[in-house]
Design a protein around this ligand. Structure first.
Ligand SMILES: C[S@@+](CC[C@H](N)C(=O)[O-])C[C@H]1O[C@@H](n2cnc3c(N)ncnc32)[C@H](O)[C@@H]1O
Length: 213
């Protein structure tokens, strides 16, 4: 018997205290985020608790039935922190090939453990919009060397696991311990980021104005 959608969400996110709602709340408070695109989301529907319109994209076979389940819509409606009805959309498939040209552009692009989202999905982020990326799959490093993005803040994790947004000392990040700045082509080949003198849990980049290069 297939696992229920609610059970799947609880197993992966609630029971592990890994919903990261405070992280998305910080973005809404600081940048006024109203819409987001989340490629490689799996069933991490938490952004919809604080962001009214979120489009999720994933190729995992469990995702279509998860996002179609009325219990997920009901859970989000009950827990949401904004007045309007949640707008939850799901696109099944590879984020490199299945996102239609005419969706978005979005206020926020979310990249969490799902490959080079910052590069492949940049065109759906509006100019001036925010990329939220961690560096586990080298995606924050790729954004850092990409002239279309500018680092504007980091999120650090405090004791208790909550995030703190900081806009100070941003020049202290992405300095390789080797002293040699990585080439973009080298970063694209890597599966782990270079060792840096200082790291954050998450990085926030603003997409510069003009069409992406
Ligand atoms: C490690 S999970 C992370 C899930 C979620 N981002 C989180 O932080 O909890 C990676 C997810 O990305 C999806 N994924 C990776 N590459 C993808 C691609 N090219 N297209 C669609 N989904 C992808 C996988 O199917 C998987 O569900």
């Amino acid at each position: 018997m297939p696992e229920s959608a609610i059970a799947l969400y609880h197993q992966h996110y609630v029971e592990k205290d890994f919903e990261r709602i405070d992280m998305f709340r910080l973005l809404v408070d600081r940048f006024g985020t109203r819409t987001a695109l989340y490629p490689g989301s799996f069933v991490h529907v938490s952004p919809s608790l604080v962001i009214p319109s979120v489009t999720y994209v994933d190729s995992d076979r469990r995702c279509p039935s998860f996002f179609a389940d009325p219990a997920i819509q009901a859970m989000v409606e009950e827990r949401r922190e904004y007045p309007e009805q949640p707008d939850i959309r799901f696109i099944a498939g590879d984020y490199a090939t299945t996102i239609p040209d005419d969706v978005g552009p979005f206020d926020l692009l979310i990249s969490q453990w799902a490959g080079p989202v910052s590069q492949v999905c940049k065109r759906w982020l509006r100019a001036g919009g925010i990329l939220l990326a961690n560096d586990s799959h080298v995606d924050a490093s790729l954004a850092q060397v990409d002239p279309d993005y500018r680092l504007v803040a980091v999120l650090e994790r405090r004791s208790g696991g909550r995030h703190l947004l900081s806009e100070d000392d941003l020049d202290a990040f992405f300095l390789p311990k080797s002293g040699v700045p990585p080439e973009p082509s080298e970063l694209q080949r890597r599966t782990r980021p270079p060792r840096y003198t200082r790291v954050a849990a998450q990085y926030l980049f603003r997409r510069r104005a003009g069409p992406p290069g």
